[in-house]
Design a protein. Structure first.
Length: 173
């Protein structure tokens, strides 16, 4: 589907907001229509090269929005559900098994330096575009997340206020 995303190119260039293509959610994934996204220090640290993540990439990791589509096998949420997006985790390492998802052995690969298994969900003009930042890349009108990094919230709560719970507030706490 066609979406708009803010692409980070590097320290000197401003975010470029352009049409991109986003693929459909796969097994265990969801498509979220992003209503709000916080801007965290980590987004800017990556953009300015303080964290060596490969560019160009769509950043954004405090996304909040509404489920638009679910991938095969997803039963925990359905279209219309309001969700916050947070960091990803593997769910299988010793720390994840203990419920300490923030200490996932694969945290850096899943959230910062890796890519979506099987290829990026994002492309532009037929070329693959870096995404999957914190398993979401929410500086966009739509994002692919996984059932592991979304939290359902009541539909009458203000998504723009809740969005920073996805990283900044819980990290500070
Ligand atoms: Zn893990
Ligand atoms: Zn953050």
């Amino acid at each position: 589907m066609k979406i708009l995303a803010a692409i980070a190119h590097g320290p000197r260039d401003p975010f470029e907001i352009v049409p991109c293509e986003l693929s459909a959610p796969r097994a265990g994934e969801v498509l979220v229509r992003v209503h709000a996204c916080g801007i965290c220090h980590t987004d800017l640290a990556v953009k300015y090269g303080h964290i060596p993540v490969q560019m160009p990439k769509v950043l954004g990791h405090e996304g909040a929005g509404v489920i638009e589509q679910v991938g095969p096998g997803v039963t925990s949420v359905r279209p219309g559900d309001h969700v916050l997006m947070s960091f990803g985790s593997c769910g299988e390492c010793a720390n994840c098994s203990d419920g300490a998802f923030g200490y996932c052995d694969h945290f850096r690969a899943i959230n910062l330096f890796g890519s979506r298994p099987g290829g990026s969900a994002l492309s532009r003009g037929g070329s693959e575009l870096g995404g999957h930042f914190f398993a979401q890349s929410a500086f966009a009108t739509h994002a692919i997340a996984t059932t592991r990094n979304i939290v359902k919230v009541d539909a009458d709560l203000p998504l723009d206020l809740l969005a920073p719970l996805g990283c900044g507030i819980q990290t500070g706490m």
